[in-house]
Design a protein around this ligand. Structure first.
Ligand code: FAD
Length: 467
């Protein structure tokens, strides 16, 4: 296979990843005297902050994704290839990819992050995650399929497990997902499933810490917590899920909650590309970078966004993994690369925090702005809608999202409750995966299997079990 990227007299900047950071950087280099090569394993840019809305049927997957080739139409100095980057060989300025080797003069890693299961193998194997569009579509199918299953079983324990959703991780993803599920339980499900007793349906949000939305202000944390409680989300703090086998989520050696729906939103690791020295990696697999985004120990390899760990005076643990950080670093690096090409000294990056927000449900969002300005409720929700609409790529996506949101607002219902990828076999052949899922269906009379790292006290245990 040949990558067929023409050689150029200009320096070649290879950007791995076309998420928030990679996209912005490639656009910012449109008029620079460089050849830009963008590589992504997908042929679309994914707007991750709205993945949970795809998972709960509020938005179409197509409205949060945008074809990369369409974004770069007319950008003469850019070549895009769909490929998986498997390694980097810094000594030879070479990338190893699924379509062959690609050389670079400057390499920018903008590969984002991956779900961190903290080495808990049973959770990685059996829980659902929400990091990509396929994940979100699968989760949607899975949730609705379990509701269909709940109608069919005559075993009360099995029905309760099918109607119990446990979300692990009280960050923005966990909060937004739990809020959206609780809203669905209140608005849409009674109409769709009049035969189900939805009083039985439990939405449980679990976190190891003492509050939701840890990086936000105390006021936002408390408001979000109140909104969730009003929606009937059960909050369990100081609680760690340690394993998940046979639809039992264990939080101590013998104590568990039966749930067919465990959603893991408890953390992420940097998606570093193999080939860089271990010293360049942080504990959660991000790359140490300096204030120019230069990877530690390298002279022409940069990292931006989630995969980069940049420590500043204000943020000694590294800048947060947020879309604005990736975008601002991209713009800054575009200018610095041009300085380097003109043999000028690069400039240090400074993060401008323009605010953070999280939505819980309709009319309920929390917003923290700089200078300790906090607002919430309807105006917070409007601000959230407005910002996300602006940030979505492409007019069509903005228009479709707006229509979907308006429909949901006025009808109290998510429109897209389709089971696209069923996990249980039907009359047709759904293959190996369906058989695996079926094989994992628990025997509700079986003794619990052995688990790892028991620790929680009995008070927390009985609290989670709903005693
Ligand atoms: C569910 C969810 C909700 C979020 N909500 C918010 C929010 O409300 N506000 C906020 O600011 N941030 C939010 N974030 C975080 C935000 O999405 C990230 O900070 C942002 O996407 C980081 O941008 P990035 O460019 O570093 O990486 P990404 O946007 O993740 O892009 C990485 C790209 O690299 C590609 N890639 C990775 N590895 C390879 C490889 N080996 N070969 C080829 N291609 C590769 C991927 O396909 C992807 O396109 C959320 C994240 C998630 C998952």
């Amino acid at each position: 296979m040949d990558t067929n990227i023409p050689l150029s007299a200009q320096p070649r900047v290879v950007i791995v990843g076309c998420g928030f950071g990679g996209l912005k950087l490639a656009q910012a280099l449109a008029d620079a005297p460089v050849q830009v090569v963008v590589i992504d394993r997908n042929n679309y840019h994914n707007f991750q902050p709205l993945l949970y809305q795809v998972a709960t049927g509020a938005l179409e997957a197509d409205s949060i994704a945008y074809p990369i080739r369409k974004i770069f139409t007319g950008q003469q100095n850019l070549f895009f290839r769909v490929a998986d980057v498997q390694g980097v060989v810094p000594a030879r300025n070479l990338l190893q990819t699924s379509i062959g080797e690609i050389s670079y003069d400057y390499l920018v890693l903008a590969t984002g992050s991956l779900t961190n299961f903290f080495g808990l193998e049973s959770i990685e194997r059996n829980a659902r995650q929400i990091k990509s569009i396929p994940n979100a579509l699968n989760l949607r199918s899975f949730l609705f399929e379990n509701l269909e299953q709940a109608l069919l079983t005559s075993n009360p324990a099995e029905r309760q497990a099918l109607l119990t959703i446990v979300v692990v991780g009280g960050g923005p993803t966990g909060v937004e997902l739990s809020g959206s599920l609780a809203e669905m339980r209140r608005g849409v499900l009674p109409k769709d499933y009049p035969e189900l007793d939805l009083q039985q349906m439990r939405i449980i949000l679990v976190d190891e810490g003492a509050a939701v939305l840890k990086p936000m202000s105390t006021a936002s944390q408390q408001d979000a917590q109140r909104y969730l409680e009003e929606l009937g989300v059960e909050l369990h703090f100081h609680t760690t899920i340690r394993s998940y086998e046979h639809k039992r989520a264990y939080f101590s050696a013998t104590e568990y909650i039966e749930t067919a729906n465990l959603i893991w939103a408890a953390g992420v690791n940097g998606a570093a590309v193999p080939g860089l020295p271990d010293e360049a990696l942080t504990r959660n697999k991000r790359l140490h970078v300096n204030r120019w985004n230069l990877v530690q120990g390298q002279t022409n390899i940069f990292a931006i966004g989630d995969v980069a760990s940049m420590v500043t005076e204000a943020m000694p643990k590294g800048l947060p993994m947020l879309a604005p950080v990736a975008q601002q670093q991209a713009s800054h690096l575009a200018a610095n690369l041009q300085r380097l090409i003109h043999q000028q000294q690069p400039l240090n990056f400074t993060y401008r925090n323009k605010g953070v927000m999280a939505i819980v449900s309709r009319n309920q969002a929390v917003v923290d702005l700089p200078k300790q300005v906090h607002f919430k409720g309807f105006f917070g929700w409007l601000a959230w809608l407005f910002i996300h609409l602006i940030l979505l790529v492409g007019f069509r996506n903005k228009a479709v999202a707006l229509v979907d949101w308006a429909f949901a607002y006025f009808s109290s219902g998510q429109a897209l409750r389709l089971i696209i990828q069923p996990l249980r076999p039907r009359g047709d052949d759904l293959g190996k995966r369906a058989a695996e899922v079926l094989a994992a269906t628990p025997d509700y009379t079986a003794p619990p299997p052995a688990i790892q790292e028991p620790s929680l006290n009995s008070q927390e245990a009985s609290c989670l079990a709903g005693d």
